[in-house]
Design a binder for this molecule. Structure first.
Ligand code: SF4
Length: 177
């Protein structure tokens, strides 16, 4: 029987959610003994493969390239997890939503730079008018909230899925549930 395939993807996020994956520490080795990590910033695979069992996605959708990636991931994955508040709500990246993309580009590349102030136009993804969470573009099977979600929650979620069970996600914060 083939081993389960796990993938992780980093869209418009700060990498903090992937740091939380790394915070599983030695449990990552245990995970690797039960499943293949076939695509991730943590492994050297260039193309998102077919037949992924669990895809774990950090970050919001901010560009046309993000839209293309998440649609590809959805089409090639059986179970898709929105990992963290940026993926679930837009969170930090969506703070630009009250402004137009032109205002954002001018603020970033012209007003806040002293050398060669120019808005790049080639070889970069096109910004969407608004940053949106994953479920605005594709169906999502599970949300794992937190900024970032705790490593223990990621571990319990993934191992339950590997055991063939549907995880129940309850995260206590310092503000209560
Ligand atoms: S949810 Fe928080 S930790 Fe995760 S990518 Fe967004 S800002 Fe970073």
């Amino acid at each position: 029987m083939s081993r389960p395939k796990i993938a992780t993807l980093w869209l418009d996020g700060c990498s903090g959610c992937h740091m939380s994956i790394l915070d599983m520490d030695q449990r990552i080795l245990e995970l690797a003994s039960r499943a293949d990590i076939v695509y991730s910033p943590l492994v050297d695979t260039k193309e998102f493969p077919e037949g992924v069992d669990v895809a774990i996605v950090e970050g919001a959708i901010s560009t046309d390239e993000d839209v293309h990636k998440i649609r590809l991931v959805r089409s090639r994955s059986k179970f898709l997890i929105s990992l963290g508040d940026c993926a679930i709500t837009g969170n930090v990246p969506s703070m630009r939503n009250p402004f137009s993309t032109q205002e954002i580009l001018e603020r970033t590349f012209v007003e806040n730079t002293t050398t060669n102030p120019i808005i790049p136009s080639e070889d970069i993804p096109k910004l969407l008018d608004k940053v949106v969470p994953l479920h605005h573009v594709v169906d999502v099977d599970l949300h794992l909230p937190g900024c970032p979600p705790p490593a223990d929650v990621i571990w319990e979620t993934v191992t339950k899925l590997l055991d063939g069970e549907m995880p129940e996600v309850t995260i206590k914060t310092r503000f209560g549930k």
